[in-house]
Design a protein around this ligand. Sequence first.
Ligand code: ZN
Ligand code: ZN
Length: 347
Amino acid sequence: MEFSFEEHPHKRLNILTGDWILVSPHRTKRPWQGKVEDAAITERPRYDPQCYLCPGNKRSDGSTNPNYKAPFAFTNDFSSLLTDTPDGGLNVKGLLQAKSEKGICRVVCFSPRHDLTIPQMDIENIVEVIELWKKEFQELAKNEWIKYIQIFENKGDIMGCSNPHPHGQIWSQSSVPVEPEKETIQFKKYFEQNSRSILADYLIEEERSKERLVCENEHFIALVPFWAVWPYECIIISKKQVQYTHQFNVEETIALAEILKALTIKYDNLFDTSFPYSSGIHQAPVNDGDHLEWHWHMHFYPPLLRSATVKKFMVGYEMMANPQRDITAEQAAKKLRELPAVHYLSK
Ligand SMILES: [Zn+2]
Ligand SMILES: [Zn+2]
C-alpha cells in the first residue's frame, strides 16, 4: 500500500508558527451526532435603534455616535487594554511571572449600515475600510511604547461577536503577543538563511501546484494553507512583500478590497449563510526596526464544519496534544474554488 495524503493520517508543519497539526482524512466519513447550532438569522434591518454601533445612537459610556457616513473608528468603551496602566510586575524565582501591559483598543464600524457585511459591500466601501485601517495603524504606531498592532474581526455570534453591526477591532499594545512573536521568529530564521521572505517562496510552490488556491488577482492570492487547522481556513498573501498595509498603493488597495470581497462571497456561498469567522491582518511589529523578514498576510479562521449548523470545536486531543483536522486543505480549497463568485442572496 502506498502512502496517500488524501487517505492516510499524517502530520503537517505550519511554517509560520513552527507548530505541527494532525490530518486524518479517512475520518470525514464518520457520522455526525454531535452538537448542532441554531441557524443564524440573516435578515437584519438597515438601522437598529437599539444598536450601540449604528450612527446617531447612544453608546454604553454615555457618548453618542456621530451621524457617520463612512467607516468610523472610536476607542472601545470596554477596552481589554488601557493606556494608564502603571508599570509593574512579579517574578518569584522565575516560577510566578507577570508583567503589566499597556494598550489602546479601537473599534472600526465598517459602514453606517447595520445589515451589510464585507461580502455584500461595494468595492469602494471596502477600500474606505482598508484606508481607515491604514490611518488607525499609523496613528497608533506614533506612540513609541506601542510594539504591536492587531487588526481583526469576529464575525457571527458563534465566534463570540457581541454586536451584529459589521465591525472589527484594533488592539495595540506594549509587547508583541504570542502568535506574531512565533511568526517573527520563523520569518527571521528563514530570512537569515535565504535572504528571502518565507511566504514569497511558499507562494511560488502554491502557484506551481494550484491545488490549494481559492481565488487570486494581480496583487493577492487567497488559499487554504497547507497546514490549515480550521475546516475552511484561508490565508490572503500579498504578491509583493511588504510589512504593513499602508505600503499598498491605490491599485493594490483596490485589489485587496476585491480579494476580500471575493473570498467572503465564497464563504457565504459555502453553506448559504452569513459565514462566521475570526479574521486578522498580520503585520510586522512597530517601533522595533525594519523587520525586512516580515511579509503581510491575513488569516481567516472559520469554525463551520459541514453545514451552517455544525461547528468544529478545539477539544480533547487538540487541547492535550495538537490541532487535528479531517477534511484536507486540498479538498477544502477545491470546494471553495468551485463555488460561484456571485453572492447567493443577490442571485
Ligand atoms: Zn447597528
Ligand atoms: Zn500570521
